[in-house]
Design a protein around this ligand. Structure first.
Ligand SMILES: C[S@@+](CC[C@H](N)C(=O)[O-])C[C@H]1O[C@@H](n2cnc3c(N)ncnc32)[C@H](O)[C@@H]1O
Length: 206
């Protein structure tokens, strides 16, 4: 059964098209529907390994754009010149250091496809989801430009209401979206957050 699920249509398509994971098609669907990423954008991709979102994002931002990926695991090297990857745990990353090291004054878009290790024990998993969400939201507050957009994977769980409320406080428009490429048995869902409100400004290094 597991082997059958792994080799579904999107898995096969990703292999044929040289993409590193079927997750790429989730981002593609989000982009087709919401038009989040533009040519020339600076994008931060959290939980980027093995790199299929980076592959898509690199093409979306083009030569004038930049894509920085962060993952707790190493991302196998990608050839596109507009991609930089960093190995780091987002819970322990000072994003202001990343901004200054990369000479970036803020991102136009932040994407987050992080999946915390889930145990199957609801209380434990909810705590992990909230911990990651808190760290990612802190990163977004520090590094996403006012007016910028944010895509984050979440899960149907009791903590979702609180997550949704926090996102609505910080963004002009928040949509909940489950791409067709997301397995129906998975509780994952994506928040598409458009227009960061300007009362949460990007902090810059002096
Ligand atoms: C579903 S995968 C992302 C797939 C990616 N979007 C792609 O298309 O290739 C989730 C990633 O989140 C990363 N991750 C989990 N916890 C993390 C943390 N605390 N900090 C950074 N990355 C983390 C995992 O290592 C994993 O590579």
């Amino acid at each position: 059964m597991a082997r059958f699920v792994l080799k579904d249509t999107f898995y096969k398509k990703a292999k044929q098209e040289g993409l590193r994971a079927r997750s790429a098609y989730k981002l593609q669907e989000i982009q087709e529907r919401f038009r989040i990423v533009r040519n020339g954008d600076k994008v931060l991709d959290l939980g980027c390994a093995p790199g299929s979102w980076l592959q898509f994002l690199s093409g979306m931002v083009g030569k004038q754009g930049t894509v920085i990926g962060i993952d707790i695991l190493p991302t196998p090297a990608l050839t596109a010149k507009n991609i930089t990857t960093i190995v780091a745990d987002i819970r322990k990353t000072d994003i202001n250091n990343v901004l200054s090291r990369q000479a970036i004054d803020g991102f136009d878009v932040v994407t987050c496809d992080i999946a915390p290790n889930l145990s199957g024990i609801r209380e434990v998993d909810d705590a992990r989801i909230e911990e990651i969400f808190g760290a990612v939201l802190g990163t977004v507050e520090a590094a996403l430009k006012p007016g910028g957009h944010f895509i984050i994977k979440s899960f149907f769980t009791v903590v979702q209401k609180g997550i949704s409320k926090k996102l609505q406080e910080r963004f002009s428009k928040v949509s909940l979206y489950k791409p067709a490429a997301s397995r129906s048995v998975s509780s994952e869902v994506y928040y598409i957050c458009q227009g960061k409100k300007s009362d949460t400004p990007v902090r810059r290094e002096a």
